[in-house]
Design a protein around this ligand. Structure first.
Ligand SMILES: Cc1cc2nc3c(=O)[nH]c(=O)nc-3n(C[C@H](O)[C@H](O)[C@H](O)COP(=O)(O)OP(=O)(O)OC[C@H]3O[C@@H](n4cnc5c(N)ncnc54)[C@H](O)[C@@H]3O)c2cc1C
Ligand code: FES
Ligand code: FES
Length: 503
């Protein structure tokens, strides 16, 4: 047996046995009586439960991220530092973030406030890290700073519409952090925290928990070989990466779990590497970690990733989880289909590589065999004659699931379509390419007439459903329009302004 150990601020917590599905939120409130962290929705949507988790970065400094404690299992905290709103006071005084909210009258109901405080605190820690990298004369302008604040607060809801004072407080903190390096207790104790966490990082973690005669198990392997072995022994084990999908089975569907296996310490799966032609994304790499590399090669992915869930969700959620969840409305599969990505699957010592289009079989059914898991995702790097775009259509900008997501990648030579690949979400039971439309365009002229034919062919490719996000007719019409928009945007010199779409 190996216990879960983590720092709660600067105090060690040790858990030798607990129901593996127990959330950080419930652990704080029920086991530790730390009730500053609130429950609003228990589904990752409102941010009232936001806490900050610190991990040791590759440069041996602490990296702090805001996460939703309601959809994070407490057992996944091994080797990390957990900071809650109770820990921010500095020698009896409020933390500068708390003081800024008081000074700007940013707290009204008080229920959402701890979540806002923690998101702004995490943002201030990001600023501290940037302080070392960015020169004062390189600071973003006011509009860009406001955008950054809105992005940092995208996962926090204020139900009484008191956003302005909260945003003002966050802007003040941002300005302050860029002017002078903060020296709060977390910064002062950083070296000690890093050393303490490093000392336990590779410890084995697994235990059993029995209640009413039901035995449950938790494993946190550190290598793919170990993970493969655990899955061979427990074929029905559930995998958890970020937990932003799986946790809803616990908090919304009230299901239990007999064997839970955490992927966040599997070294090979937490790496993002590059070869000459590919970006190789370990299945446990989060959106926040993968963003800059992906956007570096495919700038159009920036808006999509920034609109995927909230900052908290992107800090936890993984691309591997998005694929493993196999939802027809996941945002990354359409992109990855259009880019011709593949998944590397593993069972025991055997690996196989599968084009993503062969991974999704039917609604929530995948090509994964018993005991098999996604080890990494291989994304081809762009080539010279390639044009790529992705469009997310949702009712809200922040923290909303797509009604439809469409991605296009075309390879053009002398105005002839060498190849074209597409990926659509929300149009079928699985994320899917528009094969009929692609066939019409492949080998022909890249011309408006051909696009109009491809638009018509979409009705042979898809029969979308109507639901509360959008009607079938809307989904079809908007997908056809996005095809034309992609064509227009691909035209050199075309005066097309990139605007955000709403359903
Ligand atoms: C508030 C909120 C907003 C969201 N918004 C969006 C959005 O805008 N767009 C979007 O696409 N999604 C959204 N999601 C869904 C979710 O965040 C994503 O699907 C995310 O990528 C899931 O990753 P995860 O690591 O959290 O997966 P987990 O919850 O850990 O796992 C999801 C499923 O995949 C399986 N799995 C995980 N890793 C592997 C693996 N390596 N091999 C095999 N199976 C595996 C798990 O067993 C589980 O069944 C949202 C979720 C929340 C809570
Ligand atoms: S309680 Fe709403 S996001 Fe966690
Ligand atoms: S201040 Fe809490 S809902 Fe607005």
């Amino acid at each position: 047996m190996g216990a879960v150990r983590f720092l709660l601020n600067d105090q060690w917590q040790e858990i030798t046995s607990i129901d593996p599905k127990k959330s950080v939120l419930d652990y704080l409130r029920e086991n530790l009586n730390l009730v500053g962290t609130k429950e609003g929705c228990a589904s990752g949507d409102c941010g009232a439960c936001t806490v900050v988790v610190g991990t040791v970065g590759t440069n041996q400094s602490m990296q702090y991220k805001a996460i939703n404690s309601c959809i994070t299992q407490v057992v996944t905290l091994h080797g990390k530092q957990l900071i809650t709103v109770e820990h921010l006071r500095q020698d009896g005084d409020l933390h500068p973030v708390q003081q800024a909210l008081v000074d700007n009258h940013g707290s009204q109901c008080g229920f959402c406030t701890p979540g806002f405080v923690m998101s702004i605190f995490a943002m201030s820690k990001d600023e501290e890290a940037l302080f070392e990298e960015i020169r004062q004369d390189e600071l973003p302008n006011k509009d860009a700073q406001r955008e950054e604040v809105l992005e940092a607060l995208s996962g926090n809801l204020c139900r009484c519409t008191g956003y302005r004072p909260i945003i003002d407080a966050a802007l003040g903190i941002k300005k302050q952090a860029r002017k002078a390096k903060t020296n709060d207790c977390f910064a002062r104790k950083q070296a000690k925290t890093v050393a303490e966490l490093n000392a336990i990082s590779s410890q084995p973690v697994f235990f059993e928990y029995t209640r009413n005669g039901n035995r449950k198990r938790y494993f946190s392997p550190t290598s793919v070989a170990e993970l493969a072995e655990i899955l061979s022994a427990y074929p029905n084990a559930r995998l958890v990466a970020g937990g932003t999908d799986l946790s809803l089975e616990f908090t919304q569907a009230l299901k239990g779990v007999d064997v839970l296996v955490y992927l966040g310490r599997v070294a090979e799966m937490c790496r993002l590497t590059e070869s000459d032609n590919h970006i190789e994304i370990g299945a446990a790499v989060t959106y926040s970690e993968a963003r800059d590399t992906l956007v570096g090669y495919y700038p159009d992915m920036g808006e999509l990733i920034d609109r995927l869930g909230s900052r908290q969700v992107r800090n936890q959620g993984t691309i591997g989880g998005n694929i493993g969840n196999a939802s027809p409305i996941g945002d990354m599969p359409p992109v990855l289909l259009a880019l011709g990505a593949s998944v590397v699957l593993r069972r025991g010592a055997q690996q196989r590589e599968l084009p993503l289009e062969r991974f999704f079989i039917d609604y929530k059914q995948t090509a994964l065999r018993e005991c098999e898991f996604i080890e990494r995702i291989r994304v081809p790097k762009p080539v010279d004659n390639q044009i790529f775009r992705v469009y997310k259509i949702s009712k809200r900008i922040e923290d909303d699931i797509s009604a439809t997501c469409a991605a296009f990648s075309v390879f053009i030579n002398d105005n002839t379509v060498d190849d074209i690949r597409t990926g659509f979400g929300g149009m079928a039971a699985v994320p899917k390419s528009a094969k009929n439309a692609e066939e019409i365009l492949r080998g022909g002229q890249w011309h408006r007439d051909a696009i109009e034919k491809a638009q018509q062919a979409l009705s042979n490719d898809f029969s979308p459903l109507s639901d509360f996000r959008a009607s079938a007719e809307y989904r079809m019409r908007v997908s056809q329009n996005l095809f034309m928009r992609f064509y227009l945007e691909s035209q050199q010199g075309a005066d097309i302004v990139r605007v955000t779409q709403h359903a």
